[in-house]
Design a protein around this ligand. Structure first.
Ligand code: ATP
Ligand code: MG
Length: 523
């Protein structure tokens, strides 16, 4: 029932040719890959590895062996013949994985010792750049006979020169169930995704990569940003709370000529006037009680770079005058000082208020408004780009899982349906918070089911549908429920009512399965 989603970012207008050789050393140090490696090591006792397009294992030469988890593999690798056969297995896997034509989807291969090697191709702009893989696990606990065969195969490549206690090595072998393998497959797919993303040319697909969404309002926003970025013009970003204003400001800076210089943020509503003035312009020693030494203002720190003035609508009229001066002449005077200072700063301002209306009521200076409002960027609220909800949800799940060092989870189709149908206000942060909540509550769920949603998102179980939207939502919901009921009913029959096994097979917790059995009156 679970639907797989792929985070997609907005394609950029220019795509540069792909690098022929990936910088694996750098890739392996990527935060996300370090976390993934760690998860795979802890959960499965396996080592996430890379091979180049010729199948050569990165970081492994005959002199330096990246020690694998599995003693048999390790012993075999230290022998010349074993090393060569193992490399051969990886090469075959690489070819197999690349040849199956399914992007990012892992393939499996038996190695010379009879263990499994599981890997997925890395392809950038249609060109094979290598393989991400794990090697050396078994699909079932070896029997006595298996153990004897294994020892013989190992002796064949080591010429019998093994003194380690192999019985202990047998006990420690990583054995993966089909479910484990599926999960591992998902993690490998994720690893390939991370590698691909990190290997895109900077100005190519990576551009505005943080801004998730393929809806028309987002595409329009990106088109505007493409024009805005190269210039040095002042930008006013408008949008409701939590719609991504700061994210847009950062994107403008990161993709503009000042990208290598500072990006400084100040929220103008966070402080009282005096403190804000001192934060912006700095102060001289003794200019007020507590000013025990000179302090640089943020305008000076931002010199050469970009200054993001958040919630500019909350700035007092007195400070508005001083800001206007910086914008007009590029100069300001620190608190308690007399000498004006010169700076070169690009200003990006943001507000969730209607500044134009505020100029009419005299709360915001008209001259400042015109100075700031050179280029206006409106960030669309989520309700205007509902079709981005699945992408955003998956994006947040991925990001948050990585940050917590846990394998990524999927939303069940039903959960996704509920999220898409939710009457979204403008706020993207609300969706992010909900995903975080689901991850916390669903630690033991592989698939995040609707019962984990906060009540305001949860589809109502009973009761007549409200209006027309409600009834459409209701139809989708009952269709999904009918499928789910079928899957569970058939599963109960197949497993002869073995609920623990069925829960495992479905990738849900036992208690969740029991809840569903009761809900669908299947007992
Ligand atoms: N298009 C998007 N793609 C990915 N993440 C997004 C997007 N829009 C918003 N977010 C995320 O939502 C959260 C809120 O975004 P941000 O802080 O930029 O909004 P804001 O408009 O500045 O909010 P506030 O009004 O509360 O200051 C952030 O974690 C941000 O990364
Ligand atoms: Mg903000």
């Amino acid at each position: 029932m679970a639907r797989r989603l792929h985070a997609s970012t907005i394609p950029a207008s220019r795509v540069l040719p792909s690098p022929d050789v990936l910088d694996f050393e750098r890739l392996q140090r990527l935060h996300s890959l370090v976390l993934l490696k760690d998860v795979i090591r802890k959960w499965f006792g396996l080592e996430l590895s890379f091979a180049d397009p010729t199948g050569r294992v990165v970081g492994r030469t005959e002199e330096t062996i990246v020690p694998p988890q599995n003693d048999f593999c390790r012993l075999s690798l230290f022998a010349k013949e074993g090393y060569s056969r193992c490399s051969q297995s990886v090469r075959v896997l690489s070819e197999k994985a690349a040849g199956q034509g399914k992007l990012r989807s892992p393939a499996c291969h038996d190695c010379h010792l009879g263990f499994e090697v599981l890997g997925a191709p890395i392809s950038i702009d249609g060109e094979g750049c290598g393989t991400v893989f794990v090697e050396g696990y078994a699909r079932r606990q070896p029997t006595g006979a298996d153990a004897e065969t294994l020892k013989l195969k190992l002796a064949e490549v080591t010429l019998g020169a093994v003194s380690t206690n192999l019985d202990r090595a047998i006990e420690k072998l990583p054995v993966l169930s089909p479910t484990d393998e599926t999960r591992l497959s998902d993690l490998l797919e994720l690893a390939v995704g991370e590698v691909t993303l990190a290997s895109q040319p900077r100005r190519g697909a990576q551009r505005f990569g943080e801004l998730v969404g393929t809806s028309e309002p987002m595409a329009e926003l990106v088109r505007l940003l493409e024009k805005v970025c190269p210039s040095d013009a002042t930008v006013l970003i408008e949008g409701e709370s939590g719609t991504g204003k700061e994210l847009v400001a950062r994107a403008i800076h990161a993709n503009g000529p000042r990208a290598q210089k500072a990006f400084v943020v100040q929220n103008c509503s966070a402080f009282n006037d005096e403190l804000l003035e001192s934060a912006l312009f700095g102060h001289l020693r003794g200019s007020f009680t507590g000013a025990i030494q000179d302090k640089k203002g943020l305008f000076e720190i931002a010199d050469g770079g970009t200054f993001f003035l958040d919630e500019i609508g909350d700035m007092s009229p007195a400070l508005q005058v001083k800001l206007l001066r910086v914008l007009q002449e590029g100069i300001f005077t620190p608190v308690g000082g007399t000498e004006p200072r010169q700076v070169d700063v690009r200003i990006i301002a943001a507000t969730h208020k209607d500044l134009k209306a505020m100029t009419s009521s005299g709360q915001f200076r008209q001259d400042l408004y015109y100075r700031i409002n050179v280029i206006r960027v409106r960030v669309p609220p989520l309700r205007e780009r509902r079709e981005d909800v699945p992408l955003l949800a998956e994006h947040f799940l991925r990001k948050l899982s990585l940050a917590r060092g846990v394998p990524p989870k999927q939303l069940s189709a039903e959960t996704l349906g509920a999220l898409v149908q939710h009457d979204w206000p403008g706020n993207v942060r609300e969706l992010q918070n909900e995903m975080e909540r689901m991850l916390v509550l669903g630690t033991d769920h592989a698939v995040l089911t609707p019962d984990l949603l906060s009540s305001r998102f949860r589809p109502q179980d009973e009761g007549p549908d409200r209006e027309e939207i409600g009834s459409k939502a209701g139809r989708l919901r009952s269709a999904l429920e009918a499928v789910e009921r079928d899957v569970i009913a058939q599963g109960l029959e197949r497993t002869r009512n073995n609920r623990s096994r069925l829960a495992r097979e479905l990738g849900i917790s036992r208690s969740n399965l029991l809840y569903k059995i009761q809900k669908y009156k299947l007992d």
